[in-house]
Design a protein around this ligand. Structure first.
Ligand code: PLP
Length: 427
């Protein structure tokens, strides 16, 4: 095993990890349910669902079998000019739970590409109609992925700094919080009244990477309503929030007004396979529904609608839509709320937020809340040493478990957080 670790160090460039910092990182040899098993015999609770993708537990047998069966039938085929049953079934499954005005599914292979496709669809929508609308509005603090389009509509900050000169312009409005909702709506209306706004993109109700920051459905409803009035395409980036995370199938299910385009990924395959999906309404389709070559949407990835990924997604869909799954989601939310209440007002806690299966605890620190807040350096090893994977966003600890976590496992995570808070208040 030491040889393997040395090879890893020599050969591999891990994501979001400074190359100059040599750390011992665990080698995972297998996983089951909420547990990751390491080469040196440890059993770690995956309390962040492996970067927010896992829904029904690691190595879920239903999804594993669906992929295995599919692998023996059709592993992959070009998706331009051909089709296959797993993709067709998945499109139908998704459309059956998406808002009723969503009409078509476009496949890609991760969250960033699902967003990239959404942006390109919105931009080309206006181009195909011969209307000069080019501006894109996004929220301060947004994160939409790591490709150039998705970086362009995200917070200009640490993640995107080297690329600033190459990002296209976007207009950012304030993140709506309890104190500024009216001002944000007014700021938005002033911008879109000018008539040159093509699209408004947002992470509905929760900005995940920005520290699990939550905002109210009412203010988002007001923004979408204004966008509809002024003919601005609304893009909901549900890459993180989709598939039950917020307590409903999609975060937009908490809203009265619906977006025109929806980007999905992460939980779509239950955490087994990379897959991205961009859904859109009839309004969008109408601008592309032509035999003219210049109105074609020229976008496609080699692995578009990979049958193995679609088979995984169909199996995950079956599990998600069983009553038992939503009972579990509601139970996690109830437990999160009880725990949140019990630590509200703690000396080390600045704020606690809960929505569905998401629990976020913002720690009080001398430095301001941010991804680079040094508290991260204490939090991550503290939990990992106690066999719990919690990967904080700066000084924000969040718990985002696979839905199959047992009450006892979740209680163990809470108890360990309590222990951390106790130590934190004395340091
Ligand atoms: N959009 C949101 C809201 C996300 O949280 C993420 C990833 O965290 C992405 C897009 C990008 O997804 P991926 O990492 O699969 O490219």
């Amino acid at each position: 095993m030491d040889d393997l670790i040395a090879l890893d160090r020599k050969n591999i460039w891990h994501p979001f990890s400074p190359l100059g910092v040599t750390q011992d990182i665990p080698t995972i040899i297998s996983a089951k349910g909420v547990h990751l098993y390491t080469a040196d015999g440890r059993k770690i609770i995956d309390a962040v669902s492996s970067w927010w993708v896992n829904l029904h537990g690691h190595c879920n047998p239903v999804i594993a079998k669906a992929i295995a069966d599919q692998a023996h039938t059709l592993e992959h085929v070009i998706f331009a000019g051909f089709t296959h049953e797993p993709a067709i079934r998945l499109s139908d499954n998704l459309l059956s739970i998406l808002p009723s005005d969503q009409q078509k599914i476009f496949f890609s292979d991760n969250g960033s590409t699902a967003v990239e496709v959404a942006l390109k669809m919105a931009i080309q929508y206006w181009h195909n109609r011969g209307v000069k609308k080019t501006k894109i509005i996004a929220l301060n603090g947004a994160y939409h992925g790591d490709t150039f389009g998705s970086m362009s509509v995200a917070e200009r900050g640490l993640f995107t700094q080297p690329f600033f000169p190459y990002l296209f312009d976007a207009t950012f409005i304030e993140f709506p919080d309890a104190d500024n909702e009216k001002e944000v709506v007014a700021q938005f209306e002033k911008l879109i009244r000018l008539g040159d706004v093509a699209a408004f993109i947002f992470e509905p109700l929760v900005q995940a990477a920005s520290g699990m920051r939550m905002y109210s459905p009412d203010v988002l409803d007001a923004l979408i309503s204004l966008a509809n009035k002024h003919d601005v395409i609304c893009i909901a980036d549900e890459v993180f929030t989709g598939f039950g995370r917020t307590g409903r199938n999609f975060a937009i299910d908490h809203l009265k007004n619906k977006p025109d385009i929806i980007a999905l990924s992460k939980g779509i395959t239950g955490g087994f396979m990379p897959l991205g999906v961009t859904a859109c309404s009839q309004k969008i389709i109408d601008a592309f529904d032509s035999s003219a070559v210049e109105k074609t949407f020229f976008h496609g990835h080699s692995y578009t609608a990979n049958p193995l990924a679609c088979a995984a997604a169909n199996a995950s869909f079956q599990l998600l839509t069983e009553a038992e799954c939503y009972e579990k989601i509601r139970s996690i939310e109830r437990m999160h709320l009880t725990f949140a209440e019990s630590i509200t007002g703690h000396r080390s806690v600045e704020a606690v937020r809960v929505l569905g299966t998401i629990l976020a605890i913002e720690l009080k620190t001398a430095e301001e809340t941010s991804y680079t807040n040094p508290a991260r350096k204490r939090i991550y090893p503290f939990f990992l040493e106690r066999n719990i994977l919690l990967r904080p966003l700066g000084n924000v600890i969040y718990v985002l478990p696979p839905y199959v976590i047992s009450d006892e496992e979740l209680q163990l995570v809470y108890t360990t957080i309590r222990e951390f808070l106790h130590l934190a208040q004395n340091t």
